[in-house]
Write a protein that binds this ligand. Structure first.
Ligand code: SIN
Length: 278
């Protein structure tokens, strides 16, 4: 197995692994803890059952409430854009399931059909984002918590979107989650400090006025979007990319209109997040 870093601080490409082999799990899990994003090439033979079995090695599966499930496999969410559709799912910078009390540990996305160009996924390292703030800003943020919600993204207010009309997202009545998480978390694997707010699901910093919260969040979002903090995954059919939701943001690049992109995603349960005392 060859593991090659994608950038100076985030992500690695894996060649020569087979996710069906029990013996490959330990080195893959170590690499995952080190790099937070792994692109495992060459898994074209993998079935939905193999994908589920691999995900279960990381922990119990967290069944997504809103994405269309794969027929016969409720544990797998469909991530699809047909050639005549304009909107992709996951176009905004986000962290999967940050609206849950125990946000998902990670997501494992399997590429079944990819466009001839484009359709990449971008990632940001949220621990590097924290590390590159000034010590005074780090201290301010360590004392704060922020609200995250599913309501405005998956609830009734979002029912007029193409993703809902096309059946890719549904179950609006289940979008009832509102949760408070620390703005700076202690990463559950490493203890490393990591920013935990994101533009899609974070609604407000607790205890600040709306204007103060908006100004602080926008400053952080600008900061996190620096190219130096990013890694880019260029997909090949048969790849499985997994990412740690407590250490990263991600975003699907929607630049392949006229072509189909079809993925299967499984999310794995996480744990409640611990903050850093101010
Ligand atoms: C997602 O947001 O989970 C999907 C990302 C992608 O389709 O690249």
């Amino acid at each position: 197995m060859q593991i090659t870093p994608l950038t100076g601080g985030l992500g690695a490409e894996v060649q020569g692994a087979d996710i069906r082999q029990e013996a490959d799990f330990a080195p893959l899990f170590e690499a995952f803890k080190t790099h937070s994003v792994l692109v495992i090439r060459g898994q074209a033979e993998v079935t939905p059952e193999d994908h589920i079995a691999f995900a279960r090695r990381f922990g119990p599966i967290n069944v997504n409430r809103f994405f269309k499930p794969v027929d016969g496999h409720p544990e797998i969410a469909t991530v699809l854009k047909e050639k005549d559709q304009r909107a992709a799912v996951g176009e905004g910078w986000h962290t999967d399931h940050s609206y849950d009390e125990a946000p998902a540990m990670g997501s494992l996305l399997r590429a079944i059909e990819v466009p001839p160009y484009g359709g990449d996924t971008l990632f940001v390292s949220m621990s590097q984002a924290y590390d590159s703030l000034s010590p005074k800003m780090q201290k301010i943020l360590e004392g704060l918590s922020a609200w995250h919600s599913s309501r405005h993204v998956f609830g009734m207010a979002a029912q007029d979107s193409e993703a809902v009309r096309s059946g890719r997202l549904s179950n609006a009545e289940a979008a009832t989650q509102d949760v408070l998480h620390p703005v700076v978390i202690k990463h559950p694997f490493s203890g490393r400090k990591s920013l935990f707010v994101n533009p899609v699901f974070t609604t407000r910093i607790d205890g600040l006025s709306a204007a103060e919260s908006e100004a602080l969040l926008q400053m952080l979002y600008q900061h996190c979007q620096q190219p130096e903090l990013q890694a880019r995954v260029r997909w090949q059919a048969g790849d499985i990319t997994l990412w740690d939701n407590r250490a990263t943001w991600h975003k699907a690049i929607n630049d392949y209109h006229g072509f189909r992109r079809y993925m299967h995603r499984i999310t794995v349960e996480g744990c409640p997040l611990e903050g850093v005392s101010a």
